[in-house]
Design a protein around this ligand. Sequence first.
Ligand SMILES: [Zn+2]
Length: 481
Amino acid sequence: MISFQTKAQFNKDAAVILLTKSQIEKKKFNFSNAKIQNAVLDLAKNKTFCGDKDSIFPLTNEKKLVLLVGVDESKDANLTSLRITIKKALSSSYLKNAKTIELIPQVNDEPSIQALIEGIMIGAYKWKKYIKADEKEIKLKQIIIATPNKPAYQKTIEICDGVNFTRDLVNDNADVITSEYFEKTIKSLIKGKKNIALKILNTKELSAQGCGLHLAVNKGSDKEPKLIIVKYAGGKKSEPYTALVGKGLTFDSGGLNLKPTGHMETMRCDMSGAAAVVGTLKNVLKLNIKKNLVFVCGMAENAIGSCSYKPGDVFVGYAGKSVEIGNTDAEGRLVLADTIAYTVKNYKPATLIDIATLTGAVAVGLGFDFSGLLSNDQKLADALLKSSQETDDRIWQLPLYVEIRDAIKSNYADLRNSSNIKGGGAITGAEFLRNFIGDTKSWAHLDIAGSAFVEGTSRMYYGYGGTGAGVRLLTHYLINN
Ligand SMILES: [Zn+2]
């Protein structure tokens, strides 16, 4: 979909030229094609095109379309505005019939070109499986970026591919993307790869291991609960393991504490954490990242039936701790409690990062553009925050503190899965998980309940549906730490 050439040739169906206001004002552009150079100079002189943010001006050159696009350079401008601009420009109706497009940026530094690639690939993504055939026909465009140097852009393309792969998993029907489907997907990703071991625990094995919390959540479902673990020895033998643990609720009805209308329609996205882990696994294998890693997906479905687990009941999990069910809709932390405890005991990772659509509260606090980050290790938190800044896969740190522990105390069990206090749900959710990390000194929890899915209209350069939150962040973190 994206390729490169060292300079503009103006020989494709269309050319898209990115220009800022000051480039237009100071006439700081130099196109190899004299006709286009003169045409843009004229437009600049007549002030017909001034390079205003996101403005689009079509000009034709021997039947080929040249689209001038204004790029923001105000003090608020950043690489995200560039991502948004290119998404808007490429979806312009002028380019409807253009199959091959030359993209001609005037700024060619590495972060800008990477941002353009992200704006193109993440921006162009659409979930089309169930829409009308004629709309589906809109073919993927070939974009050729004219830029003198091309350092590591193939890597950016692969990473965006991993993001969109994750979005496909999130967007399809809950009855398609089941735990079985995850198992198949993971098997096909790791097929023929070296230094990899797969372990799967189904109902029988989960029961034998005492994963009573994971099993409780799945009681109302006819789908198989699964704990899927991929151990990847990509690094040196002496190097410690990092575990990535994802919440994989393939559908969350809320259980007997049923979610109301308006809160359930997007709940096929409740496996976005596990999907991000799988997308990151894809990236790690594709980019041959040399690290020792454990990828873990805790898969279940929170459905309703005569066997559903009930509020007020107490279950004991893998770590031997009992939990009173305060609310059957706080099920993700139950699955994760067993998933994390099992990972810690059997794989002893030095670092464990879990990623989960855990709490609606995180979106109340942070909105939808940031995932919540909570950690017991500031060094790990800082590394993740740095990756967040460099990838635009946004996270914001929330506090973990000793006094909050009282909020999940129970009169009947070691812990309660819902909080006794109002507010701070993202923090009490993380505090619950902290009880299952054992001696892990470096743990981070990413709450992507707000950021993983766009409902209705599009947000920034994401369309509607799954965003692939966490994939760019985790891949960048693994490459750089
Ligand atoms: Zn829930």
